[in-house]
Design a protein around this ligand. Structure first.
Ligand code: MRU
Length: 367
């Protein structure tokens, strides 16, 4: 999507891309206060960026992981030429195998990461020529990134049909273009509705502890000129009861075969509240988020992150200086579960690029 730069110009950016052996990404840890591009020179740099959430969001993580596999293939070429900067493995194939495992360990919940790594790995198999293997890897990783952007655009077109003029929509976390390669999932129908001339108003849950709603969704909505309010995570119930929310759209990190949906912690609470107040609760996700091997939501691996993400909060001072402050007593420990699972029966529909499905029928989206 377009980003307004400090010099007043506008430029189209994807969240992540690859040039030669480098992976570039918008550093999402610094938004909304600073727009910076991070360069990852090796597959391990890219893995670190996924882990520390310089890049985050299912589709963006997936594309970055695909590119990390290409970096591993390029590094393997150096190993086979005897010019290795990598010491982990003595042979090029061993290097790729270790890299594949390392990339898969970066974050456990987003299915798109495993989808991308498996696809690039498969594209590399069945050939012994390292030059060709590397070319195949790059071709596949670029295809994954392009498909992610195209799927999200289509999700916007299909989801737009669900949005009526004047609707007030609640979203949780950030499932906008920053969470994908472009366009986004939950925010894509909102962008399409705006483009179609509809008035839409968005309530963006701030989304503790990492504040993806306050930092990223608000930044996107502001850039796109969409009227919105950031709300503390515990406000939505009151607004629903007062009749101020017409619809909920959230993203997903992994969808089980039975239609249970993993998404950012706090999503389940909103789904229960939506049901209680008869408000449609939609999930938007590309089919690359569906895990057909995972029978139900109970089996989705849920990431637990460092407790300091809850204990400390980052922002800027009035003079614009970035600062981190602790919000808990020093001796208190915290629990930082990053995702929860919303059962299929609470979901009004799942918007994918192949159509809008009842959650329990989601497996048909892959046909
Ligand atoms: O921890 P994150 O920021 O990588 O979590 C992902 C999310 O932003 C949300 O869960 C999102 O709604 C789904 S990913 C498009």
């Amino acid at each position: 999507m377009k980003v307004k730069l400090q010099d007043g110009t506008e430029k189209h950016y994807r969240t992540v891309w690859m040039k030669e052996s480098n992976v570039y990404m918008i550093d999402q840890r610094l938004l909304p206060h600073r727009f910076r591009i991070l360069r990852c020179k090796t597959h391990l740099d890219t893995v670190e960026a996924i882990k520390n959430m310089a890049i985050r969001g299912a589709g963006a993580i997936g594309a970055a992981a695909g590119y990390a596999m290409c970096q591993a293939a390029l590094e393997a070429r150096d190993i086979s030429n005897g010019q290795s900067r990598i010491t982990e493995s003595r042979d090029w194939f061993g290097h790729i195998i270790i890299a594949e495992k390392t990339i898969k360990k970066a974050r456990p919940t987003a299915q798109n990461l495993f989808y991308a790594v498996d696809r690039v790995y498969k594209a590399m198999c069945g050939d012994q020529d390292l030059k060709r293997i590397t070319e195949q890897a790059v071709k596949e990783a670029e295809a994954i990134a392009d498909e992610d952007a195209a799927s999200c655009k289509r999700i916007g077109e299909l989801g737009n049909d669900l949005i009526r003029d004047g609707m007030r929509i609640l979203t949780h976390c950030n499932a906008g273009w920053l969470a994908f390669v472009d366009y986004g999932s939950a925010l894509s129908p909102i962008y399409a509705a705006k483009e179609a001339g509809k008035n839409v108003f968005v309530y963006a849950d701030e989304t503790r502890p990492r504040l993806q709603g306050a930092n990223l969704t608000a930044w996107e909505l502001l850039n796109e000129g969409i009227e919105h309010r950031v709300i503390p995570d515990n406000v939505a119930g009151a607004l629903m009861k007062q009749g101020k929310i017409d619809m909920v759209i959230v993203g997903s990190d992994r969808i089980a075969a039975n239609g249970d949906v993993a998404n950012k912690i706090g999503t389940y609470t909103k789904a229960v509240l939506a049901k209680e107040n008869s408000i449609p609760f939609y999930v938007a996700a590309p089919t690359s988020t569906i895990d057909p091997a995972c029978k139900s939501g109970d089996l989705i691996p849920i990431e637990e992150r460092n407790e300091d993400e809850v204990r400390w909060i980052a922002g800027v001072t009035k003079s614009g200086r970035r600062m981190e402050v602790r919000v808990t007593p020093e001796g208190s420990h915290a629990l930082n579960i990053a995702f929860d699972v919303t059962p299929a029966e609470l979901v009004a529909g799942i918007i994918t690029e192949t159509g809008i499905y009842k959650a329990e029928d989601i497996i048909h989206a892959l046909e």
